[in-house]
Design a protein around this ligand. Sequence first.
Ligand code: CMP
Length: 139
Amino acid sequence: MATNRTFTMIKPDAVEDNHIGSILAMITEAGFKVVGLKFTKLSTEQAGTFYEVHSARPFYGELVEFMSRGPIVAAILEKENAVEDFRKLIGATNPANAEEGTIRKRFARSIGENAVHGSDSDENAAIEGNFFFSMLERF
Ligand code: CMP
């Protein structure tokens, strides 16, 4: 059964491009409630652990380097059908394939530097939220 929470990061490219405010506005205007929010920076070890599932992919090293090169915004978001609806809002991994009106279409630089992360399942949303937030940091 679908849960009502998902996890997102505004990635280093979008932070560098000064898009934090615009992206959070798109998220809240789409009906998501922010229930956890943090501005932080991953070490290479933490980025490697977060993306462990992709460790066999050829882009893994590049991904870890990118995700640890500057600060990110991590958030837990609440909405009915959160995981699926949020993936629609962010659009395809490759911004060249993302639909008009999606966050990646507007702000992503490339398939690797694609502005935002969105959990791909309820199970991963819980794991990823727990990676960044204690119980005292979510509401
Ligand atoms: P994300 O949704 O956070 O999940 C895995 C990430 O790996 C993805 O966004 C991109 O940042 C990155 N990624 C996926 N495919 C590629 C690729 N072909 N080349 C480089 N990076 C990629």
